[in-house]
Design a binder for this molecule. Structure first.
Ligand code: 2P0
Length: 327
């Protein structure tokens, strides 16, 4: 096959990844855990071609915009060479469409590299397991390793072989996206992680406490204890923003409105609607709640969003190949 199309969804971490043990192999300093979403998909087609090129949402990308994608294709070609495939010397055209907002804290790099890993490995003729696809996606963007997995994933810290994501059982839940208006330009996750690791005095404690809390989270998921899952998720998100804020110079991703959303979530809890919040490297907040409360939570958070819409998301599918008819 010289052409393949794949679809992948973003994931939102409930135990966060923030910091690398190895920059080149994208090995995390600690494990993490996430829910794969069922919306904001990226669909990517890879076609072997005369030259490497990358189109995103209909816009042809120049050298800078295409560099991470081409570096990833080089990696896939190296694997093809090792496997003795004669596709290894061919270039490729990559066409991606994001249904969610790109680079707006909706984890588009996770869905992007997960879809690219599946489509490119298939176009180049590699036959990889989900585990190896997760390892491959990790090399594009760490969090992409988790978007290979259905529903809920744990991404293991470790070496190149052992650092992959796999599915874990978890209590059923809904996630409500609360996109918050902002004028400020965030520091990229990649740069923010390095700044935190090198300048935040709390970073060593962040790494060790993340390993501990991940074990607790896996236990809570296994016990289907939604309350404990939610408490851990919100605490861990706040710890991440705290260790980041302690960088020098300080980095702050949450906006005043983000904090208002966290206050509203606390009010929902006080009203008996069990809800918890999390936020990534940007001001947008994601609320988690039991499925039966999803609509009321969305309704109660809507006025704090930038477009008056708080979308209800559910656990979704890991990255997968799609046929031409599904485009
Ligand atoms: C996460 N984030 O666990 C955390 C929480 C953002 C905040 O993973 O450098 O884009 O490509 O490995 O995967 C964002 O980091 O970083 C991220 P790279 P990535 O979802």
């Amino acid at each position: 096959m010289t052409q393949a199309t794949a679809r992948a969804y973003p994931n939102i971490a409930l135990v966060k990844y923030w910091g690398k043990a190895n920059e080149d192999l994208i090995l995390p300093a600690a494990g993490s855990m996430s829910m794969t979403l069922d919306d904001f998909a990226t669909t990517t087609t890879v076609t072997l071609d005369e030259t490497d090129s990358f189109s995103l949402n209909g816009a042809e990308q120049g050298e800078a915009g295409a560099s991470r994608v081409i570096a990833f294709l080089d990696l896939v070609r190296n694997f093809a060479r090792t496997a003795g495939l004669d596709t290894a010397d061919q270039n490729a055209r990559v066409v991606s469409v994001n249904e969610g907002p790109t680079a707006a804290g909706m984890a588009s790099s996770a869905s992007g590299f997960a879809a690219l890993a599946v489509a490119a490995s298939s176009a180049y003729g590699l036959e990889l397991s989900i585990r190896d696809l997760s390892r491959l996606a990790r090399r594009g963007s760490g969090s992409a390793s988790r978007s290979l997995v259905d529903r809920f994933a744990v991404w293991h810290a470790g070496d190149d072989q052992s650092s992959y994501a796999e599915e874990i059982p978890a209590p059923d839940m809904a996630m409500i996206a609360v996109p918050v208006a902002t004028g400020q330009k965030a520091v990229s996750s990649r740069k923010g992680m390095v700044a935190t690791a090198t300048t935040s005095p709390f970073y060593p404690a962040w790494v060790t406490s993340t390993e501990e809390i991940l074990k607790e989270m896996i236990g809570a998921c296994k016990d289907s204890d939604f309350t404990l899952v939610g408490e851990i998720a919100e605490t861990h998100a706040m710890r991440m923003h705290a260790v980041i804020a302690a960088s020098r110079p300080s980095i702050r991703y949450l906006s005043p409105t983000s904090l208002e959303v966290f206050d509203r979530i606390a009010q929902l809890r006080a009203d008996g609607i069990e809800t918890y919040g999390t936020a990534d490297a940007g001001p947008n907040v994601f609320a988690i709640t039991r499925p039966e409360h999803a609509e009321v939570v969305s309704e109660r958070l809507r006025d704090l969003t930038k477009d008056g819409e708080a979308k209800v998301l559910r656990p979704g599918r890991g990255a997968h190949l799609v046929g031409d008819d599904a485009l």
